[in-house]
Design a protein around this ligand. Structure first.
Ligand code: C2E
Ligand code: MG
Ligand code: MG
Ligand code: MG
Length: 290
């Protein structure tokens, strides 16, 4: 009796519980999308060394009526699993582009250079996805260069159809970033087979840039690879001035992280744009001596 199902439900988070929890969350997500519980935050991507605003990345949030804020790390995998990511992803793309058009209208040249939207593997396997991107640009009046699509290595690794979709999106004039670079099924060959404009170097490697040369080696090499291939490089998850300084010395010219700004509401980002896009935490350029 002790080992009956009430035990597992109440005390031990095992597989069944997780499946039940996923099912519940999936149903909740349907309601969330219809009921306006989802919203986007925008995290600045800044130029080094001064920390001026360059672009923004749209990051989804869910304000659950009982559970409060739910992390995308929790619900995006559920939406990918039950297929809802396709509708949810369409909503993110539309909302981010609508907001970008509003900033361009209200702030002109002070608007972010582009808005980055995270796109999951499942979306890239929709045959119509590149057309959806073209439609949303047309509907919102954005130029293709106002948008950046962030994909992961895993999403395109060994997957012909996904790579073709990415190529079709790039052919529209939309920039492509490889997100969390170095943490997925990495293969440098991917940089030759998959159309890509920007490498987003994962926080994992950024965390180590102030350590020994050995610890910093991957971040150093990725900056060199990006430069050699003519790609942009963004350092993700920069949390300290010392990291920002080291990254600048390594050749990084773009960074994102709590040191510069947390993800902001559209309203707060508007405030930043009205103030001219200058971050409060500018990093002084390092001395010129090598
Ligand atoms: P990501 O695309 O790599 O986004 C960067 C994540 O790092 C964000 O977490 C951001 O808040 C966090 N971050 C930024 N700077 C720092 C820092 O200095 N320190 C730390 N510790 N974290 C930092 P978030 O918003 O929780 O999103 C997590 C992941 O969920 C994203 O990783 C992305 O893979 C996924 N995601 C978020 N929004 C969407 C979306 O609209 N669609 C899809 N498909 N995935 C999304
Ligand atoms: Mg991203
Ligand atoms: Mg990332
Ligand atoms: Mg990351």
């Amino acid at each position: 009796k002790e080992q009956g199902k009430s035990r597992s439900v109440r005390y031990s988070p095992d597989m069944d519980d997780r499946a039940a929890e996923h099912a519940r969350m999936g149903a909740d997500l349907q309601r969330a999308l219809a009921g306006g519980e989802l919203f986007l935050l925008y995290q600045p991507v800044v130029t080094l060394p001064h920390g001026d605003l360059s672009s923004v990345e749209a990051l989804i949030r869910w304000r659950h009526p009982e559970r409060g804020l739910v992390s995308p790390a929790e619900f995006i995998p559920v939406a990918e699993h039950n297929g809802m990511i396709v509708r949810l992803g369409d909503w993110v793309l539309r909302e981010a582009c609508r907001q970008m058009a509003e900033w361009k209208r209200d702030y002109g040249d002070a608007a972010p250079s582009r808005v980055g939207v995270n796109v999951s593997a499942r979306q890239l396997r929709e045959p119509a996805f590149a057309q959806t991107v073209a439609d949303v640009l047309a509907e919102t009046g954005l130029r293709p260069s106002d948008l950046l699509v962030e994909i992961t290595e895993t999403a395109v690794f060994d997957d012909g159809p996904a790579v073709e979709t990415v190529a079709a999106i790039q052919a529209l004039g939309v920039a492509i970033a490889l997100d969390d670079f170095g943490t997925g099924h990495s293969s440098l060959g991917l940089l030759r087979t998959c159309p890509v404009d920007i490498l987003k170097v994962d926080k994992l490697f950024v965390d180590e840039v102030t350590g020994t040369a050995e610890q910093a080696a991957i971040a150093t090499s990725l900056a060199q690879i990006a430069r050699a291939l003519g790609l942009g490089a963004v350092a993700e998850g920069v949390e300290t001035p010392a990291q920002a300084m080291r990254l600048y010395q390594m050749g990084y010219r773009l960074a994102q992280g709590y040191h510069f700004s947390r993800p902001l509401s559209a309203e707060d980002l508007g405030g930043l744009l009205a103030a001219g896009g200058r971050g409060p935490d500018a990093v002084e350029p390092p001395a010129l001596a090598s």
